[in-house]
Design a binder for this molecule. Sequence first.
Ligand code: FMN
Length: 273
Amino acid sequence: MKRKINTLYFSATGTTQRIVLGIAQELVQLFGFEAKDKTFNFTWPEFRACDISYTEDDLVIVGVPVYAGRVPNVLLDFLNTVKGNGALAVPVVVYGNRNYDDALIELKDILEEDGFKVIAGGAFIGEHAFSETLAQNRPDEKDMAIVRGFAHQIYSKIITQKKLSSIYVKGNKPYRKYYMPKDKEDNSVDIRKVTPKTNDSCIDCKLCVNVCPMGSIDHDNVAKLNGICIKCGACIKNCPVDAKYYDDPGYLEHKLELEINFTERREPELFME
Ligand SMILES: Cc1cc2nc3c(=O)[nH]c(=O)nc-3n(C[C@H](O)[C@H](O)[C@H](O)COP(=O)(O)O)c2cc1C
């Protein structure tokens, strides 16, 4: 069987993309000249309107970032429409060094519901979307070596096991509620309505318009939002003049709390059995 290596991912600040493409590139090398790879990046709204389906020849590395300990809820409608048709899948979640909670088990369940056979899974760490210091510059070289090792394990499972076993991944069922930050008095902080501000350094280059995964930033007035903000960090981290920022006290307190409490380096977790 000619194995086709596919990637299917959402990645607002690029960390999930690096991990998913790293796994796929290594697999293409391992499967050799017969393997082809096909990328489907559903970070932008127009791509989430597409019908996606696979066949039994396909192996699909599916990646999403962890938002509030779960699969980002804005992606569920799209993910639920993908058709696996017996293709092999590897769910990958990428989190900002706090925790991935129930995101991996949720993504695995979605893919099985879509008709994929899930043969491996992984939780990796990427620089936190809210911060420039938390899990700074991850995935780094050490992570990428684990990424390549993971691809080798996937390859070896596919070529050695006649009947590919399904896997266990860590997580709770029923899934825990979306993680909600707490303030100093232990009250829940709801950051859903928080939106980015734009300062005077803005040079109106429109980069933020192009990188917003919700397509929410107004083209003619980049300080205005026409849709929702998911706090993904794309406009802030990509702005060449640091013109985008959040000033909501609850958001800033949560960011600081994360930066203080989750400094200890977490390592990727791989699930193969
Ligand atoms: C709204 C939101 C919620 C997040 N929730 C979590 C979380 O619960 N745990 C965690 O460790 N990281 C969390 N993160 C950090 C992201 O998972 C992390 O930065 C990831 O690398 C982003 O992936 P991307 O670069 O592909 O967009 C959150 C980020 C955002 C934007």
